[in-house]
Design a protein around this ligand. Sequence first.
Ligand code: 13P
Length: 263
Amino acid sequence: MSGSAITPWVVGNWKMNPMQAGAKQLVQELKQLLLDQPIEESKCHMAVAPVALALQSVQAQLQDSSRSVCTVAQDLSRIAGTGAYTGEISAELLKDSGIDFALVGHSERREIFGDSPAVINEKVKNALNAGLTVIYCVGESLQQRESGQAEQTVLQQICDIAPAVQAGQWQSIIVAYEPVWAIGTGKTASPADAQAMHAKIREGLSQITPAGQNMAILYGGSVKPENAVELAACPDINGALVGGASLNAVSFHKIAQAFANTK
Ligand code: 13P
């Protein structure tokens, strides 16, 4: 399978938004759009990542949707199982609540909450061992890009998790390339730059695992309906991790349409 034969994923990362009523409305609008203008599941997988408090209500609300829209946790504990760990939610607790996906290594977790490569590895390991699919985020800072270290940084982040992943588990990982300087800034990597990085990531993954050829590599960073078609046209861009634009049902639906129609 070449990069372009992979069914794309369009995932909305709602971050610390919105309030419960807003989440309800957003899901309702998305369901209606999917009913009026269907997007075939075989052409594009879709998922949303609400705050932990809304995971189950959003999932329940999506249950009678005209097509599958998966529910994704934005983070999980570095501690597995259950126990005296105040404030934490483990991979097992997510799985037990019917949640099958988790983001790990988002740059906001790395930068604001100090998730180090060691912590990220524990989270990846716990998630995979509990049977979750991991959406593993990587990406360079503006300074790293300007000093010519973008590729090296991103490939290192890919290699970082290798010790946490057993041979058969790579197929349960989706990679999301999110250049930090493009997140929430309105700046997007040009399709050519993004494609070049995605090709490097696929090369790096393929050196680690034969599954690398089939793994979805999503782009994230100011993805909008206006740039989604161009990004979707790149062979190694297998979907999008959408922040701000996923809080608007129309925009999010259009982005998914762009990937479904272009791939
Ligand atoms: P924006 O789409 O708001 O730039 O956010 C991207 C992101 O961080 C998704 O995880």
